[in-house]
Design a protein around this ligand. Sequence first.
Ligand SMILES: [Zn+2]
Length: 323
Amino acid sequence: MSDGDATGVDRVVVALDVGGTGMKCALVRPDGVAIHTERHPTDAARGPAAVIGTILDVAEGLADKARADGLAPVAVGIAVPGVVDEARGVAVWSANVGFRDVPLRDLAGARLGLPTALGHDVRVGGLAEARLGAGCGAGHVLFVAIGTGIAAAHVVDGVAALGAHGAAGEIGHIMVRPDGPRCGCGRPGCLEAVASASAVGRRYAELAGGSTDGAVTAAQVAERAAAGEPLAGRVWQEAVEALADGLATGQALFDVATIVLGGGLAQAGDGLLDPLRTALHERMTFHREPRLVAAALGDEAGCLGAALLALDAMGVRDHQERR
Ligand SMILES: [Zn+2]
């Protein structure tokens, strides 16, 4: 396998994963290996124009760094949260970065003079986990990111489904508890209103009443549950049961081989995976049970996925999928 171009210079992709607080950035080889990484604050409070300026500056800086190192930057991949129109390369809407209809693909393409792809952060994270990480070799993968919200990517043979309107994978808005708390989307009882990391912390504080001083994180609830605290155990089990309901619906729709769990809540590891496997098993009737595993790429998944998306757009798929 050669990563070189016609002149023998090694090719790299400039990759950025833009989040609400920080940007993870890298130079990624066509085989999916990051050979240089950088982090920069997003500082979204400056407003979208300033954030866009930083994205373009950082991307250009990475391309310059590649050339200075004797590498050939051949494409740019950018991942952003919110609603993304991948076909048009537009960041349609993002609450935590402040984007509204930003033609980020064309802006970056014009600035760097390189083919550019724009993707949704969870969807490209799923792409990376399916092709390079915990879902490798599974063929049909559902990647579920459980953090402030819950979103998923359905990846089939290394390609993430976009949906007709770019909104596939909104598993966080499956209704699992009709009488449950109201979701940010306006409906009651959505999965992310019951089982996201923020929902778990909120629920614990609500049941503990005045007996907690300040916010309790989902990670702390997980720790307290593991240590045998009854209230934490109850809150954790409620979240597990709701997640199992959501994943069972996902399995009925997609029949995947592997479900990869990422995001903050998945850092509880076996404290989440073990009871969730049991709860999911109880819900399987004729459906085949998926393998349930923790994500392997950590917070680099979005950046690596952005690079894969850019390579895909160029028709380059050099990395070996470990089947
Ligand atoms: Zn909702």
